[in-house]
Design a protein around this ligand. Structure first.
Ligand SMILES: Cc1cc2nc3c(=O)[nH]c(=O)nc-3n(C[C@H](O)[C@H](O)[C@H](O)COP(=O)(O)OP(=O)(O)OC[C@H]3O[C@@H](n4cnc5c(N)ncnc54)[C@H](O)[C@@H]3O)c2cc1C
Ligand SMILES: Cc1cc2nc3c(=O)[nH]c(=O)nc-3n(C[C@H](O)[C@H](O)[C@H](O)COP(=O)(O)O)c2cc1C
Length: 773
């Protein structure tokens, strides 16, 4: 085959050399517009996994790169006058120039034709090529020629960064955060050869503008950065090697995804590779790794399917399919890390103590968890656990082992929870006339004995017509209150758990069948009239609700007050106001379901008016020493609906009204929703609200292991973690998760103690077993 790589960066060079090596009969040319030793940028970092696969594919290149690598294990964070360091992180760095020179030399050795100083205008310049690799970087002319084919999706990120270098050598991957009068700046610093370190400075657009950095030339920006980072530079200077860039050289990162990666131009097959196809933010330093992995995968597909021109379409299709998945995974992790740096100033830097700030930074991509940190640097993590436990009020000696963060106590008003795990409210549709029965006693009682700190009953409806289904629990009469009292008494007498009641009104989602007979479907008979903010049915076949008038608003407010007074009489410890999931109060908050033009519709203030009035009314009745949390749908997941920004505005209002915590859920407001599910998928909403609005939060949603909960609590992304479905599968989820992470110092119900040691021993034995492949 005749192969032309347009662009001699890591992608083009590495692909060229692999193909030539494996099939010397190929004619391979790499066309590069620069001279051999010209290059932008400073050092790049690699992962061990990429090095391993490079070793398999071409040990010669891998060994030379390995010899030139600078390896370091430590991360050091400079923040508010502190310097903190952890180890075990394993990075390797190399100068970009050095890397390219190694690849160029290997290409020459193998017989790849290298053509320098040729700026290829188009893929059509190479009509004889069977295969053209568009490895011409982010600004790829080849990709830009065919927007209809490649369908690039480009997002310009808000932060500004400048890529500089210095001759000061750092022995750790160093991050320095500096506050200015106009906002925070951060430097990402790493050594990549014996003389030089990369020094990337990043800030928000607002700080960039306010400091007039857009008006400065490169020397002006360097002088600014040298002054701001004088301490970490300790006399060293900064330098640029991007003189070719006009203006200030502060850039915005552009995230690129392509709808398709290959094209037939009538003569040759053209395929995107590396930065031409996708970009990943430098916050997790993976652009070069992705380029190399692309080159390896395309080569692998030729190896699998045959090195001839007839196979090219099948090879390109398989390459794209495989790489798309891996690239998406890295881009997701890079996005989390990138967003952390975008919000660090307004969200974390002024809120978190240096210790927790460091933890939050280390886990920013959400790919490094609590237990993963323990593997990397046990001493550091145990020290952090001690710090965390002490800030939660525990007395831990310096040499002592502190409980992991999810097992620290939490105090709110007069209630102390023994740990951070909550059994999330879950409708069971198993009541008659709204009365708790033996099912509820056994169901909630078992979960209370399972180790969680707070057990919520399901959404408890404040009147008969507030019910979702005829099977829902209620709290509008004394008989129901007596049933609740029995549950609360059982939980208090038989467990360490506190008991919470979630009050709600179904609104437009009421009068439906129990879940297993047709969730959200109207009853076949005996429907009751529905009310909502506006007369919009939930499903096409749902009843059209009446838009609430003032009398309805007054009645429902009183229903909530009556239910709260009854709840107070049960001895329950905690109340939650359900303002989520499209039910009545949520229907006022969302612009999708609230089309009112009176003082209850329109602005945030108006949409929140009724839910806030209800909140204030119940707060006045509920005992002052007991907390009330508010559950919000923090994202409607569809156009025109509430976003996390709106949720933050509502959270601020509830905070002002005296809410103790915001329980951060999402969705179920509109059938048009397109939620993006995944591990901890709602935790970012909790993180935002807790650290921007500065009100405690409960995170919920796909939190299914102790490691998740520990990571969330330790990083300050939430104060409590609510766990729902895993508690249906395992009533003793908390006790079992404790055993899985080796925490044996936790009380089981006295009747079950005989099982504890055996359970723990079996787990320990299973963990020690070699894995059979
Ligand atoms: C601030 C910053 C920090 C980064 N840090 C890291 C890091 O730590 N680790 C990491 O792995 N990655 C990092 N990257 C990303 C990394 O630089 C790229 O992802 C990687 O180089 C992609 O390789 P590539 O071969 O696809 O493209 P490039 O390296 O961009 O190579 C493209 C080549 O094509 C040439 N070219 C372009 N157009 C033409 C044309 N028309 N004709 C001929 N030649 C052409 C260019 O001159 C260039 O040599 C960073 C990027 C930035 C901006
Ligand atoms: C069977 C079931 C019933 C639920 N009922 C309620 C409810 O009554 N009130 C509420 O706020 N959320 C309810 N939810 C949502 C959960 O509290 C929780 O937010 C959601 O399941 C995500 O958590 P998970 O991933 O741990 O399951 C229910 C969830 C399930 C699975």
């Amino acid at each position: 085959m005749r192969i032309v790589c347009i662009g001699g960066g890591p992608a083009g060079l590495y692909f060229g050399l692999l193909m030539k090596k494996l099939h010397p009969a190929h004619a391979v040319t790499v066309v590069e517009r620069n001279r051999p030793y010209d290059t932008f940028g400073w050092g790049v970092v690699f992962s061990d996994a990429t090095m391993d696969s490079m070793k398999t594919w071409d040990p010669e290149t891998a060994d030379t790169i390995q010899d030139a690598f600078n390896h370091w294990d430590d991360i050091e964070v400079w923040f508010k006058g502190t310097k903190q360091r952890t180890t075990g992180h394993g990075f390797v760095g190399i100068g970009r120039k050095k890397l390219l020179n190694i690849l160029q030399a290997r290409c020459e050795q193998l017989g790849v034709e290298l053509v320098f100083e040729r700026d290829a205008e188009s893929d059509l310049d190479f009509p004889d090529a069977d295969l053209i690799i568009a490895s011409d970087g982010f600004n790829s002319k080849i990709r830009i020629r065919y927007p209809e084919v490649f369908k690039p999706d480009l997002v310009t990120r808000p932060n500004r960064y400048i890529w500089l270098g210095t001759n000061k050598l750092y022995d750790a991957f160093t991050f320095d955060f500096r506050r200015t009068d106009h906002g925070w700046f951060q430097a990402h610093i790493y050594k990549f050869d014996d003389q030089t370190s990369t020094f990337i400075v990043e800030t928000t657009e607002e700080a960039f503008e306010a400091h007039g950095l857009g008006k400065l030339d490169q020397d002006g920006s360097i002088a600014f950065c040298e002054d701001l980072f004088a301490e970490v530079l300790s006399g060293a200077t900064l330098m640029t090697n991007a003189r070719h860039l006009r203006g200030s050289a502060w850039l915005n990162f552009q995230r690129l995804i392509c709808g398709r990666w290959s094209h037939f131009n009538g003569r040759s097959h053209v395929v995107l590779m590396g930065d031409a196809a996708h970009t990943a933010h430098f916050a997790i330093g993976s652009g070069t790794k992705l380029a190399i992995d692309d080159a390896i995968e395309l080569t692998r597909q030729f190896e699998l399917r045959g090195h001839n021109a007839q196979q090219i379409p099948a090879v390109l299709a398989a390459y794209e399919e495989v790489r798309r998945v891996d690239v998406a995974r890295i881009q997701n992790a890079a996005r989390n890390a990138m967003e952390w740096f975008e919000v660090v100033g307004r969200r974390y830097a002024d809120t978190l103590e240096p210790e927790q700030f460091m933890y939050s930074m280390l886990t920013r991509s959400q790919r490094i968890s609590h237990e993963n940190l323990r593997l990397r640097d046990k001493a550091w993590l145990e020290n952090y656990e001690r710090w965390f436990a002490r800030s939660a009020g525990l007395d831990v000696p310096d040499a002592g082992r502190a409980p992991p963060p999810m097992f620290t106590p939490y105090l709110v008003r007069g209630v102390t929870l023994p740990n951070r795990i909550v059994v999330s409210p879950m409708a069971m549709y198993s009541a008659a006339d709204g009365e708790p029965n033996d099912f509820h006693l056994v169901h909630l009682g078992a979960r209370a004995m399972g180790g969680a700190a707070l057990v919520f009953g399901e959404m408890t409806c404040v009147s008969p017509d507030a019910r979702i289904t005829p099977g829902c629990l209620g709290l509008w009469n004394e008989r129901q209150a007596a049933g609740w009292k029995r549950l609360v008494a059982f939980v208090h007498a038989n467990s360490v758990a506190k008991f919470g009641i979630q009050l709600g009104h179904a609104g437009r989602k009421g009068s439906t069948k129990v879940a297993w007979e047709g969730i959200d479907r109207p009853l076949d008979g005996g429907n009751w009239p529905l009310i909502s903010a506006s007369p919009i049915p939930y499903l096409k076949e749902s009843q059209v609700p009446k838009a609430m008038d003032r009398a309805d608003i007054a009645r429902v407010t009183q229903d909530f007050v009556r239910a709260t007074a009854l709840a107070a009489g049960t001895g329950a410890d905690w109340l939650e106001l359900h303002c989520a999931h499209g039910y009545l109060l949520s229907s006022f908050l969302s612009p999708l379901t609230n089309l009112r033009d009176d003082e209850y519709g329109g602005s945030h203030d108006n949409r929140a008016r009724f839910p806030l009035d209800v909140f204030r009314a119940i707060r006045a009745v509920w005992p002052a020493d007991k907390p009330i949390s508010v559950r919000l749908s923090c994202h409607d997941w569809t156009d025109g609906g509430n976003t996390p920004e709106d949720a933050a505005i509502f959270a601020e209002m509830f905070k002002q009204a005296g809410a103790d915590l915001i329980d951060c859920s999402s969705g179920q407001v509109s059938k048009a929703e397109q939620p993006v599910y995944g591990r901890l998928f709602q935790t970012p909403f909790s993180d935002k609200i807790r650290n921007e609005i500065r009100i405690p939060t409960i995170a919920v949603g796909a939190i299914s292991e102790a490691d998740h909960a520990n990571s969330i609590i330790a990083a300050g992304r939430a104060d409590l973690c609510a766990v729902a479905r895993p508690h249906l599968a395992d009533s003793a989820w908390t006790l079992h998760e404790a055993a899985k992470i080796g925490l044996t110092d936790i009380a089981w119900p006295k009747q079950y103690r005989m099982a504890k040691m055996q359970y723990e021993t079996n787990l320990a034995r299973a963990a020690a077993q070699p894995v059979v492949k």
